[in-house]
Design a protein around this ligand. Structure first.
Ligand code: ATP
Ligand code: MG
Length: 413
């Protein structure tokens, strides 16, 4: 007798979708991460649905559909304002270059579909009544906290090398062990990671870094030598090892990157570590890169000076200043959140735009052509106001800039 679960929460909401497919004469199941997380009593945010119906058949059943990945068998359907991804049972028969295939073959049996999935814990299905279909003993592995490849691990990793990164990131998210044979196989096939697009490795690595047990994931990356084939990590073992000691969780991915940068910088024997170049190799978005580098630089200041000062808090803004402060916990120091909030609350101005002096005012003060001097003068004025050396008053700022010789072309007067 199969295990039976109560269909509740998000599964209950999605049940009409499953039923509609079943009423049309096809099979439909909840699968993948949603079933795994439900079995682990973790929060489930979206459900994956697998079906024997082909994409064109799904499109006949539902009135509102979007072709999101029809070549891979995925159709999005909209039911009562909620979107669901429905994927036709498929196998991935042709793998080129150790990457996931560009074409798939649709099959009519659930079991064949579950067989192409990466780990036993991800190859469990649940039907509309809550009955569990678990042909690869995924529940047993879930209960034991084991990440085990479905079938022959060697073949599975050679089909799609990204699965190796998925294994280590699940160990970081779930506090699971990678089963011995699966682990050996990752070690053997680790070089194949180089065939995988950096963007896909990045997704998994970020999930690893922000996982509650990132130390586990990093330890597994070192043990399996996967880190050697990740962008710019091959000669960063010491920094990664030092991160394994860290038991605090990162709340935001930008903090995780910032802290990794900090550790790499700390352990860099050449002292010429280029944070931006490192993150570029990982293909971070410009926005995330800017944020991570900003927090990294601020953390260095914070550690050196034991406190973030007014200017640093001003540049970071309250949110990022607190995120920087929170990183000192990872260095086994108590964070001083109150101090940061206090500094922020007492800043004379909170934004650049609030400065009482504009570029126009500067241009009107001298006949000198606009140029670099202007941004330098503005920055100096901003700092003086933020440090409360002068009031945020146009005349006072101008007088101060003149005194400091920061406006060229005035000396002869
Ligand atoms: P998350 O909770 O991070 O979403 P997930 O396991 O749900 O984890 P998804 O990328 O959403 O990951 O994939 C959904 C399901 O598709 C997985 O549970 C697994 O069954 C299957 N899957 C995803 N990626 C692969 C892969 N590279 N190889 C084999 N099966 C995969
Ligand atoms: Mg998922």
């Amino acid at each position: 007798m199969n295990k039976k679960l109560k269909i509740d929460g998000i599964f209950a909401e999605a049940l009409p979708v499953l039923n509609q497919i079943v009423e049309a004469g096809f099979e439909a199941y909840f699968v993948g991460g949603s079933v795994r997380d439900r079995l682990l009593n973790l929060e489930v945010n979206d459900v994956d649905i697998a079906t024997s119906a082909q994409p064109h058949e799904i499109k006949e059943i539902f009135t509102r559909t979007v072709d999101v990945g029809i070549e891979h068998g995925t159709v999005m359907v909209l039911v009562e304002g909620v979107s669901y991804e429905i994927t036709t049972f498929r196998t991935e028969s042709t793998y080129k270059d150790f990457r996931r295939p560009d074409s798939v073959t649709f099959v009519r049996s659930l079991e064949e579909d579950l067989k192409r999935r990466d780990f036993t814990m991800n190859a469990i299905a649940m039907d509309a009544e809550g009955y569990i279909i678990d042909p690869f003993a995924g529940i047993k592995d879930l209960n034991a906290g084991i990440i085990r490849a479905v079938g022959n691990p060697h073949e599975r990793f050679r089909e799609d090398a990204l699965r190796m990164m998925r294994a280590v990131r699940f160990s970081a998210q779930l506090d699971f062990e990678i089963e011995a044979e699966t682990q050996v196989s990752i070690k053997e096939n680790a070089p194949l990671l180089e065939k995988i697009a950096v963007e896909r490795i990045q997704v998994e690595f970020e999930k690893l870094l922000t996982g509650t047990w990132h130390a586990n994931g990093l330890a597994a990356m070192i043990q399996t030598r996967l880190y050697l084939y990740c962008p710019e990590l091959a000669n960063k073992k010491a920094a990664l090892v030092s991160l394994i000691q860290d038991e605090n969780k990162f709340e935001h991915v930008r903090q995780a990157w910032a802290f990794l940068l900090y550790k790499i910088d700390e352990y860099d024997p050449t002292d010429s570590f280029n944070a931006r170049k490192f993150l570029k190799a990982w293909k971070l978005s410009n926005k995330l890169m800017d944020q991570a580098v900003m927090i990294f630089n601020a953390l260095k200041q914070r550690v050196t000076n034991k406190i973030l000062d007014e200017w640093e808090v001003f540049c970071l803004g309250k949110e990022f200043a607190l995120e920087t402060e929170s990183l000192v916990q990872h260095l086994e120091e108590p964070p001083a959140f109150d101090k940061v909030v206090n500094i922020y609350e007492h800043l004379p101005i909170k934004e650049k735009d609030a400065l009482a002096l504009t570029g126009y005012d500067l241009m009107n003060a001298t006949a000198t052509k606009p140029g670099r001097w202007m941004s330098e003068a503005m920055e100096a004025a901003l700092q003086a106001v933020v440090y409360a050396e002068i009031q945020n008053d146009k005349e006072e700022i101008l007088t101060w800039l003149i005194e400091k010789n920061l406006i060229p072309g005035l000396n002869d007067e």
